[in-house]
Every structure is written in C-alpha cells, then in structure tokens.
Design a protein around this ligand. Structure first.
Ligand code: NDP
Length: 342
C-alpha cells in the first residue's frame, strides 16, 4: 500500500474544506486549533495502471498549514510532519510521499535525528520526498510546453527561481545535460549556495529575481515560499512561459496577458480515472486524473515494489534517477500536464 502526506495551502483554505472532508468541527477554528489537531487518514485511493495492475493507498492529512512557519510555530510544524509519518507507518503503509512543505520541513529542521515518535521508531525507508519525479515532470513540461509555444530551447534563456533547492538543482542538472538550453539564470537568496551550484554546473548566471525575469523566455518557479509573489506581466519577455511548481503557488497574481503562458508545474495527468476525492480539494481542473508528481512517485514505487526512499536528502537527485523514474512514469500511464491546445 502507498501513502500520501499532504497539507492545505492556508488557514482559509483549511477552514473552507474542513466540512467537505467530514470535519465540520474544524471549520470555524483558528490557527491554534490546527496546531493541536492530530493527523487523519481522510481518503482511500485505488489506482489502475495502463498495464492493468491495481494498487491501493491512503491520504494522510497532516494538519500542517504554511502560516505555522510564517508565525514561527516551528515546533507545531515539525510535530505535524513527524506525527503524520508515524501515523502512515502505524497504518501499515509501505511507501509514503511527503507532499509540499512536508519534505522541506523534514530537511530544514533536520528531523532525521528524531525518529522515535512515542513508542514507534520511524523507518525512513518507507518515505520518499517525491522530488525526483517532480523534477523530471517539470523538465518534461519545459521541453514540451516550449515546443507548444514555438520556443526553441537551444536559443532560450531559462530562469530557475529556487535554483539551489532540491527540485531546482535537479532541474538545472537536467536542463544542462539533457535539454541543452542556451542560458540558465540561477535565482535564490543564499549567495554561497548559488556559487556552489554554479561551480557544480560549470555554467549559469547568478541574478536577482528582478533582473532575471525580463531576460527569460521560460521561468521555472520552484521556490519554497509560504506566500506567492506579485509580478508585472508587461516587464516579461513576450512570449514567456511560466511553470509554477510551488505549493503553495509561487505566483500570487492571476496573470491575464496573451503572451504570458502560465502552466501548473509538477503536475501529472493519469490516463485512467483514479478512485479518490482528495484532488477536488486542492482545486485540480480534472481531479479524477490530475495530481502532484510527488504523490505519483509513491504510486510508481508501489507499482514497481521499489520499497525504498527513492528521493531522500537534499540536492542529491541525479539525472540517471530522473530518467529511471521517468521511464516507469510513462510505463504506468502518467504524463506531464501541458498548456491547453488552441
Ligand atoms: P527546497 O527548500 O529544497 O528549495 C527551495 C528553494 O527556494 C531554495 O533554492 C531557496 O533558496 C529558494 N527560495 C526560498 N525562498 C525564496 C525567495 N523568497 N526568493 C527566491 N528563492 C527562494 O524546496 P523543494 O525544492 O523541496 O520544493 C520547492 C517547491 O516545490 C515548494 O514550493 C514545494 O512545496 C513544491 N513542491 C511541489 C511538488 C509537486 O509535486 N508539484 C512536490 C514537492 C514540492 P534560498 O533560501 O537561498 O532563497
């Protein structure tokens, strides 16, 4: 059995969906209440591969909210993630993806040091960040959506916002050796880490967001920001492809510009309907088929019975592993979400 550990994007979002999930008593509660709420299994999932194989899974709501980080409730945030992992393991789940901020919190606060949760010792082999598949899918979205727009990658400038992150650095590696884009612009705040990435790649310009955006034909957004940023579409290149892989979204503005194309990043579509209801709650446009690529990674590991933490640690994703997970992604009927045609 596979598992997905997820969270909602804001307190407002959590309050609005509490009733739908069958928890009306949570609907009027503030952040303090959510800080105390235990993890819950709120959905059972059945997925059938294009090969005909069927697997079963559970969705664990961690009750973490990004406002916990913004308001420095770090202890509550870390407790949410560890308790959700313990809950997944206690329920016999073999491989569980740590969605959205779950893996970021795990890494940022060094939670591998705390594997004893009451009477349960966490078996970390049962968890994956799902970031290898996410990075692979974002790269395929760059390649395929650029083709949809007639952007020639060998002449294109690609800005990666969040370049030094786990997903961002993997995307840079792939675009360097696999796709051969003309120019990579590396955007993040910590200059030392940017310098290390530039040295590893042997290329890439380190720039601030304001300078990078007007130069880019394609912008990949994979920054771990609890709240999205506002941008001016007139200050961008036209056409410009923006692939927003953030959860919550990195872009706060609903951009309405004919030459600026926004694509929901790190999202896959399955070729068959999935029996679940959870993707309605995170506003996918086709909730029965669309999902986060990190969640799909735990399904792929279950299909293949690779019961191992395929994606783990930070900035260790290799192009080889992206190809490996990519092959089984195609084999089981997942494809990257693309721009609407026409
Ligand atoms: P990491 O924490 O590993 O990396 C985050 C990156 O963002 C770092 O480069 C960090 O560098 C940068 N960053 C953070 N804040 C800012 C800022 N204000 N301006 C510019 N850069 C910033 O995160 P991950 O790679 O694990 O995840 C990235 C995003 O992808 C998250 O939003 C996450 O929720 C989402 N995600 C989506 C998935 C999907 O399936 N679609 C799956 C998993 C994650 P610095 O701190 O130096 O600025």
């Amino acid at each position: 059995m596979f598992g997905l550990i997820g969270h909602l994007t804001s307190l407002e979002h959590a309050q609005s969906v509490a009733k739908e999930l069958g928890y009306p008593e949570y609907a009027d509660q503030g952040l303090e209440f959510w800080c105390m709420a235990p993890p819950q299994i709120v959905d059972s999932i059945t997925v059938t591969s294009i090969t005909g194989q069927t697997i079963y899974g559970k969705y664990v709501e961690s009750c973490f909210l990004p406002e916990m980080l913004a308001s420095q409730r770090i202890k509550a945030a870390t407790r949410k993630i560890l308790n959700a992992m313990a809950h997944a393991q206690k329920n016999g789940i073999n491989i569980t993806a740590l969605g959205g901020f779950s893996s970021i919190i795990f890494e940022n606060f060094n939670l591998q040091k705390i594997t004893q949760i009451r009477n349960l010792t966490l078996d970390l082999q049962r968890f994956t960040t799902g970031n290898t598949h996410t990075a692979y899918i974002i790269c395929r979205q760059v390649e395929q959506a650029a083709a949809q727009l007639g952007i020639e990658l060998s002449k294109a400038t690609v800005a990666i916002c969040g370049a030094t992150g786990d997903i961002g650095s993997a995307v840079c590696r792939w675009l360097d050796v696999h796709t051969e884009v003309a120019e990579l612009l590396l955007v993040a705040r910590n200059q030392e880490r940017l310098g290390e990435l530039q040295a590893e790649l042997g290329r890439g310009k380190i720039l601030g967001l304001e300078t990078a955006l007007p130069m880019a034909d394609i912008v990949v957004w994979v920054a771990s920001m609890p709240k999205g940023v506002e941008i001016d579409p007139d200050a961008l290149k036209h056409p410009c492809l923006m692939i927003d892989g953030g959860y919550p979204k990195n872009l706060a503005t609903q951009i309405q510009h004919p030459e600026v194309h926004i694509l929901n990043g790190g999202i896959v579509e399955h070729c068959l309907d999935i029996d679940w209801r959870i993707m309605q709650i995170v506003n996918m446009s086709i909730p029965s088929r669309q999902l986060f690529a990190c969640f799909a990674e735990s399904m792929l590991l279950e299909f293949e019975q690779w019961y191992t933490n395929f994606s783990w640690g930070r900035n260790q994703i290799t192009v080889e592993n992206m190809e490996k997970i990519g092959q089984v992604s195609v084999k089981h009927g997942f494809s990257p979400l693309l721009l609407p045609s026409g």
